[in-house]
Ligand binder design. Sequence first.
Ligand SMILES: [Mg+2]
Length: 487
Amino acid sequence: MCFLAAYAASFIYILFDQEYVHAYLAHGVLLAGGGLFVFLVTRYCYNSLLEQEYQASHDRVTQLKNRHSFNKSISMLAKSLSPFYIMLIDLNGFKKFNDAFGHPFGDELLRQVAEKLSKQLPEHCRLYRVGGDEFAILGHNRQQHHLEKDIKIIQQQFEQPISVRKQNLHIGISIGVSSYPTHSNNAHELVQQAEQALYAAKSRKRHWKIYSEDLNKNALEHLAIANKLQNAIDKQQFQLFYQPIIKASNNSIHGAEVLLRWKQADGSYIPPDTFIPIAEQSTLIHDITCWVIKQAIEDLAILDKQGFTGCLHINLSAKDLHNNMLLTCLDKIAAKVTPQRIIFEVTESAMMTDIKQATKVMVELVNSGFAFSLDDFGTGFSSFPLLRDLPIEQIKIDRSFVINMASHEANQSIVRSIIFLAKSLNCTVVAEGVEDNTSIGLLQVMGCHYLQGYFFSRPVSLEQYQQLLDALPPASSESHQTRLNSF
Ligand SMILES: [Mg+2]
């Protein structure tokens, strides 16, 4: 409008003002106004472009550079041919805090972590946030021993708790590293290798791992197992084995822990430690758990014909408590069994990952008559609130405390304390890893209820378990009693 008015004024003055003084004035104003306008528009566009570029390259929560920038930087570094490393950092158990305290709390925690990492970041490094609870560092031109020094610097920052909204949180981190050009000269491959190293660090409960060829081999094996697992149920390759659980007071058979075995065409077995974590990465784990429960119930009917009255202990995966699929599975088959004959074994980490959902599933099953045993007790968080708040009827002392307790006084003290704790909470106790007579004597004196271990029997096939039942008659009526009627 200003421009139009100025042009009109200029035209009128040229027509009617013989001296052109006013026309020159109007031209001057026009040019000055136009210049100012162009300057303001250019500045606005420039700022807006800068803002857009910043938003596209930075993470909103921590203001660190994001994955897009990270990928761009790796490609540029790889093109420059100078050595560098990729360090991926993952916060252990972040989801737990996010679920327990909410997303604003989780965001605050991420900001604090970003600040902590930025403060002590070695000069030759750049920090990025590349995913939910995943950070990345690109470090330039480092030898292996320098790299390990950098890892130590990062780890030391997490030795002290992080304070978020007056809560002191002990956050652990896992680190996976790959180097250019040692491991690969392809940017995409380097990221994959760092991810593999991170996965290995997490799954082996190590704090950090530098990529090696072995990991790649493992990844290929992992893929092969994942493919074979798809058809294992249909091809009837799974088998159930049974390890007797003995009543400590009279050495009679109380029940059995059901253990899954996966037989291969060559007669070898792939251990559950190998294939269960792979199954847990998809919904396949639910199909496997459901198959185990169905098969165990069928086997229980066979054992019952022989006069067996004990309980079968079925291990659940951490993932089985994370949704309602276990409930759906049991809905279909629960009518075929007396729930009091089944005890589900769960680990602390299974409950901790999503405590709300785990509680929901556990309470519903306890209300239907099933019971829960806390497996591997003493090796995980040993979190007392879990014991207090969840419907746990039994504690299984981890075998690492029992196996050498006869010659290890500290382990005796730990076992004694766990038995005392369990009894105070009105829980029964199973000692796993019983392998010698002296330990049996000690456990009996301590008042342990049940014993399990190679001293009595290794896990055996159903037929062999039936033979054991003939040799060691079951105690009379061994179904569990529900401890907490309030659930
Ligand atoms: Mg178990």
